[in-house]
Design a protein around this ligand. Structure first.
Ligand code: NDP
Ligand code: ZN
Length: 180
């Protein structure tokens, strides 16, 4: 929490790198997982014009609680309540079945805070680009398309948050034949 914005961001990046150190993405190249949260933060600064440090911190940390042993209390302790609140909004309930988690994302999207909506848009943009770039091992073309259709439904609840991100997402949806 304390320190210059630069020091705070580096602390987040380091925290996420340590937490995700043994994880890989699902692409055929098994890219290091940390590329994803850093890429989401980079989309926000480079493509969405976001300069709110709290949002960038949350982007860097957004999958730590969902995908590692990190707790929200730990995020509060190290990075404060504002960042932890957004990370909590980015965290699916792992007690639910996967299909139900996906349904909950569609239902919850319209009620997310404005800052969480920005991270959610950038997260979807990154994941859709990743799927365009390289199909994960074991995924059929139908499954990839199903993911695009589901992401389109989540994004419907996030609209009105950032024109640049929404335009780029819409281009991707159109390229997949999904009406926007
Ligand atoms: P997901 O479909 O949720 O996997 C996608 C998630 O994995 C992304 O949201 C992303 O989350 C993460 N991810 C990691 N690497 C990549 C990458 N290279 N590209 C894109 N995303 C990546 O996987 P689940 O196994 O959790 O999905 C289960 C659901 O999939 C079921 O509910 C079912 O509906 C569907 N399914 C469909 C099948 C079919 O053949 N049609 C077969 C099996 C399941 P993050 O941002 O958190 O990293
Ligand atoms: Zn993510």
């Amino acid at each position: 929490m304390s320190g210059t914005p630069l020091a705070v961001l580096m602390r987040c990046m380091n925290f996420a790198a340590v937490k995700h150190k043994n994880q890989r993405r699902k692409d055929a190249e098994a890219t290091p997982y940390i590329n994803h949260p850093i890429g989401v933060a980079n989309i926000l600064t480079e493509e969405a014009g976001v300069d709110d440090v709290i949002v960038i911190q949350a982007a860097l940390l957004h999958d730590t609680v969902e995908d590692t042993n990190t707790t929200i209390d730990e995020i509060v302790e190290h990075f404060g309540h504002n960042v932890a609140g957004i990370v909590a909004e980015m965290t699916d309930d792992k007690n639910l079945a996967k299909a139900e988690r996906k349904r909950q994302q569609i239902l919850h999207a319209p009620h997310a805070s404005p800052k969480a909506k920005l991270v959610k848009l950038a997260d979807k943009l990154y994941n859709l680009r990743d799927l365009q770039r390289c199909t994960p091992c074991g995924w059929s073309e139908d499954r990839v398309q199903e993911y695009f259709v589901w992401a389109h439904q989540v994004v419907a609840g996030l609209r009105g948050s950032n024109r640049q991100l929404e335009n780029k997402l819409d281009d991707l949806f159109r390229s997949r034949g999904i009406e926007v």
